[in-house]
Design a protein around this ligand. Structure first.
Ligand SMILES: Cc1cc2nc3c(=O)[nH]c(=O)nc-3n(C[C@H](O)[C@H](O)[C@H](O)COP(=O)(O)O)c2cc1C
Length: 303
């Protein structure tokens, strides 16, 4: 079965991508897995300066998901470009660089630096809930999204994917803002803000007090948002949130995603990410589809 997919102008051999932050830069996993099983690489968020991230504990397990407050730990853009990018390029896959900043000008400066031809797209992280400025505070305001994406659009020819937060009343308003400013795709969803409590300590478990919920618990929310956006915008959608099986991934395609990303499940079972493309193809064929791209948007609504 054909597994090729396109997100705007970017072509992928299969629709399976790692979700930012759950895969590092792929360098460690490449020692154990054949990276060609993936459609591309999505990096951990890259910021202008090196960031140590939030204090510990910054990860907590909940009954059906993971709560994290990493706080965008990363070595900064210069180290990314000077050291990491060459190693990621060895996988010979399209690279999507996840960019995060405190202000509009950080995103513009970061985008200006992403010149390498193997960088296929810039995924603007307007959705991290674990930092005090930037990211989600921009991504919850349609006017700010439009302002930021328009500014980045002016300085780059790379495809722009806008990663949206589910922590809003109407995600289609945010997706439309991104589209109207020249985004090539939207990625959704990032994590849902949550809290978990240590009764004996009478304190939140996470040092940041709150964190972002990911994993199986959030999949119904993510599917609903992909389906809403698919009907509201013309640009493609990259779907994620709780994918743990081939059926989950196909549900995202059916709801309208052109490609999918797998995050938390990779931390539980890295095998999944690398076998998912084949498993999706097999399951799609059992369901009567001739190709994976045929699954995209094939959901039939009751009314
Ligand atoms: C530990 C961890 C770190 C993350 N770091 C980032 C990040 O740097 N940039 C980003 O856009 N999303 C980040 N995310 C969000 C994921 O990319 C993804 O949107 C979210 O976890 C939902 O997918 P999942 O349920 O498959 O994990 C992170 C998630 C986790 C669990």
């Amino acid at each position: 079965m054909k597994t090729k997919t396109k997100v705007g102008t970017v072509e992928f051999s299969c629709p399976v991508l790692p979700a930012s932050g759950c895969f590092g830069y792929g360098i460690e996993l490449a020692q154990y897995y054949d990276m060609s099983a993936l459609g591309g690489i999505v990096t951990k968020a890259v910021t202008m300066d090196e960031r140590p991230g939030n204090g510990m504990p910054r990860i907590a397990e909940t009954p059906s998901g993971l709560l994290n407050a990493i706080g965008l730990e990363n070595p900064g853009v210069e180290f990314f470009l000077d050291v990491l990018l060459a190693q990621i390029k060895r996988f010979q896959l399209p690279i999507i660089v996840n960019l995060a900043g405190k202000k509009l000008k950080d995103y513009v400066s970061l985008a200006e630096k992403m010149l390498d031809p193997q960088i296929a797209a810039l995924e603007l992280n307007l959705s991290c809930p674990n930092v005090k400025t930037g990211c989600m505070s921009i991504g919850t305001n349609a006017r700010e999204i439009k302002r930021l994406v328009s500014a980045v659009r002016k300085v780059t020819d790379k495809a722009i994917w806008v990663k949206l937060t589910p922590n809003v009343t109407d995600i289609t308003e945010m997706a439309k803002a991104a589209e109207s400013a020249g985004a090539d795709a939207v990625s959704l969803i990032n994590t849902l803000v949550g809290m978990t409590i240590d009764l004996e300590a009478r304190k939140p478990v996470l040092k940041n007090n709150t964190g972002g919920l990911s994993g199986p618990a959030i999949m119904p929310v993510a599917l609903r948002m992909v389906s809403e956006c698919y009907r509201a915008i013309e640009i493609p959608i990259v779907g994620m949130g709780g994918i743990a099986t081939a059926e989950d991934a196909l549900a995202f395609l059916m709801a309208g995603a052109s490609a999918i990303q797998v995050g938390s499940s990779t931390l539980v079972d890295p095998d999944l990410l690398f076998s998912l493309g084949d498993k999706m193809a097999q399951r799609a064929s059992e369901l009567g589809f001739g190709s994976l791209s045929e699954v995209c948007g094939s959901l039939e609504y009751w009314d």
